[in-house]
Structure formats: C-alpha cells, structure tokens
Design a protein around this ligand. Structure first.
Ligand code: UDP
Length: 365
C-alpha cells in the first residue's frame, strides 16, 4: 500500500512525486514508456543529446520555478534564436527589427511600424481568429511568409479556424533582439533533462512499461490517492468521445559534418516543405563533436493510440474537455494534472508551477 500512485513520469508527475516523498509519503510511479521523463526525455548518441519528443527549451519568468529546478541541475546559457526559412529566404525570429529589415529593407522602428500599421488596417474590430490576430499584430507580409504556412501545417487546419491565443505566445519587438522568449530565465540543463527528472525521482520506485489504463484493476488497491497525468479522455475510456490532439513524427539523420544548419532550430514557414522544424540538437549544448544529428519534425493527424503532443484548444474541444473535467471532479481520490490530463498547452515552467501549487495545497493541509 502506498500513499500515492503516480501515473506518468513527465514534469508534473515527477515534481509531484518529489514533493510527496519530501513529505514522507510513499510513492509509486507507473510509466507506460520504457523510460522516464515524458516528452522532455533525451536520447544520447555520440555525446549529443537528442530531444526525442521535440525540442524543449526551458524558459521562465517565475523566480521560484527557476530556483526550484536549479536545485537539481545547473542550466547553460543557451538562448533560443530560431531562424525562419521561407522557400530558402531566411528571417530572424521572433518578429523583430532584424525580421522587418530583411523583409522590407527598413532601418528604423518607425519605418517598420508604418508598414505594419498600413497592412493591419484590413482588420477592424477585435480579432476573431488566429489569422486576424496575426495580421493585426504584424501585418499581411509577415503573416503570409512566416505564420500562415507554418501554423496551418502544425495544426492541420486553416488559420481562420484556429484560436487567436496560439499566436499570442510569440513576441513582436521593435528592437534588434532575436531572443525568442521574453522571460528572465532561460537555458538547457547541463547534463540534460534526464538528469533533472532522475534527480526529481531519486529514491522513488518507478515501474516502466505499465499502461495504467489497461492494467487499472491490478493497481486499484495499491494507493490511497492516484495522481493521473495521462490523457483525460483515455482515463474515462473515451466515453464522451475522443478529444483531438496534434501529433508529430520525427525523422532523425546522422550527418558526417560538424555543423549542418548553424542554429538549433530552423522553422520552415512555407507551405511546400512538409516539415515544420529542423532541429540540430548539438547547438542546444554548444556541442563541438565532428558529427551531428538533425531531426525533421513533421506535424501529423492524431488518432487514439498515437502520441498526443498538442491539445487542439478550439471551442469544440474545450467544451468536450469541460465535460470530462466534470467527470474528473467526481472521481474520488484522483488528482488530474499536466498537459494531457488538463488538456492544456502548457510550457515546462507552467506545468512545474502547477505541480508545485497542487502539492503545496495538499501538503499544507
Ligand atoms: N508560429 C508561426 N511561425 C513560426 C513559429 C511559430 O506562425 O515560425 C506560430 C504558430 O502558430 C505556432 C505558434 O506560433 O503554433 C506557437 O509557436 P511555438 O514556437 O511557441 O510552438 P511550440 O514550440 O510550442 O511548438
């Protein structure tokens, strides 16, 4: 008998498990995959850590979250400055003076603002969808070359059918600043994300290759409380119908060269290139190896059984999620947390913060 059975071993699960153990609770972790860490897990090849489930760049504005993770691992000074590749034309991201200068040959913020102001006039009133939001932020040229193709590939639907908030994640700056994030703290764990997760789960029993949803009977009596971080619709056996997700397919290539693309993250923003991103992993760690590994990221439709990466937070899915959340509230002694269980487009820092908040609430009592 344990105090907590934790389903999953991503960041929500690992932080909660760590906090519970710190309180003297006995904890058992079940993980469906053959490794811990959820999607932050990295696989090391020839000294290069490959972000197996998509690139993860840690960034946060929360000092408490930054201090928390720094107890377990140091972070390097990697700053994400991706390059957009539109049919071979290269632009700096996020949208900033370097982007505007390349796009229009402008040299000053006032010149850039004048062009954007002119182009955004086509949108009147409050933006109703991602397309309107994007044009009202950066105008039609940038929308067409750097947003539309990328977004429609990633989400598998038209920008007029997507919620505006997705694009609000991206900064727009009238300075020459290529830092993708506005947050105060940023970096990649020195020694990798696995080191962070291993430290969080240190001394905690983990059973790999166990799919809780399939083996629930076996584990019914094993703990007082279940912390479930898998997909919420799967927990309820899709009884209200499946929630939609976007999935990803990765193709990784080993290359006999030191530096293939000169940047960790290149976004392919045209519609013709079938992948959205190309990741050269070594640049996250400033690697100097004589070989390199590059992963192409292909967006993919999702069906139950596939890896679920992004929740599709449109109206239809949010309403369905709300109905699952009602069911979740009625489940006695089960805590639902994390990207899949809360059906939320969480960044790493937000999910850590959430796990800390939930555990503080519980252990304060
Ligand atoms: N986006 C875009 N062009 C880019 C990069 C991002 O239009 O080159 C938009 C796109 O709609 C995407 C959103 O910004 O869904 C959020 O991108 P982010 O890089 O934050 O996505 P993540 O890293 O979470 O996959």
């Amino acid at each position: 008998m344990h105090d907590y059975l934790i389903v999953g071993s991503g960041l929500f699960a690992s932080v909660f498990a760590h906090e519970a153990k710190k309180q003297g609770k006995s904890v058992l972790v079940l993980e469906r995959r053959n490794h811990i860490g959820g999607n932050v897990y990295c696989e090391e090849k020839e000294g290069i850590r490959i972000h197996k489930y998509g690139a993860h760049i840690f960034h946060t504005d929360y000092k408490d979250v930054w201090d928390y993770v720094n107890q377990f691992v140091d972070f390097n000074n990697y700053v994400n400055s991706p390059i957009a590749n539109y049919n071979g034309e290269l632009y700096n991201l996020p949208f900033n003076m370097n982007t505007f200068s390349k796009m229009w040959g402008v040299a000053t913020p006032a010149e850039a603002a004048a062009i954007i102001d002119e182009q955004r006039k086509v949108i009147t009133g409050k933006p109703k969808n991602l397309e309107e939001q994007a044009i009202s932020l950066v105008g039609t040229d940038i929308y067409t070359k750097l947003i539309k193709g990328y977004t429609e590939k990633q989400w598998g639907r038209s920008c007029v059918d997507l919620p505006a908030f997705i694009i609000q994640r991206l900064p727009v700056r009238y300075t020459f600043d290529n830092n993708y994030f506005n947050d105060r703290y940023q970096g990649i764990p020195i020694g990798g994300y696995n080191k962070l997760v291993n430290a969080l789960l240190d001394g905690i029993e983990v059973r790999l290759g166990v799919d809780y949803n399939l083996q629930r009977k076996e584990y019914q009596e094993i703990a007082e409380t279940v912390v479930y971080t898998g997909a919420i619709d799967a927990y309820f056996d899709y009884c209200l119908g499946p929630l939609e997700y976007r999935s990803l397919r990765f193709e990784t290539e080993r290359m006999e060269e030191e530096n293939h693309q000169g940047v960790a993250v290149m976004n392919y923003t045209d519609w013709e290139t079938p992948y959205t991103r190309s990741i050269e992993h070594k640049h996250f760690d400033f690697g100097k190896q004589s070989v390199t590994y590059v992963t192409k990221e292909y967006p993919a439709d999702w069906k139950p059984g596939d890896e679920a990466y992004y929740p599709v937070n449109d109206d239809k899915n949010q309403k369905l999620y709300a109905r699952y959340a009602e069911l979740a509230k009625k489940e006695k002694n089960v805590i639902f947390g994390g990207r899949l269980a809360e059906y939320k487009y969480y960044d790493m820092d937000d999910v850590i913060k959430r796990a800390l908040d939930v555990s503080r609430d519980i252990f304060r009592r």
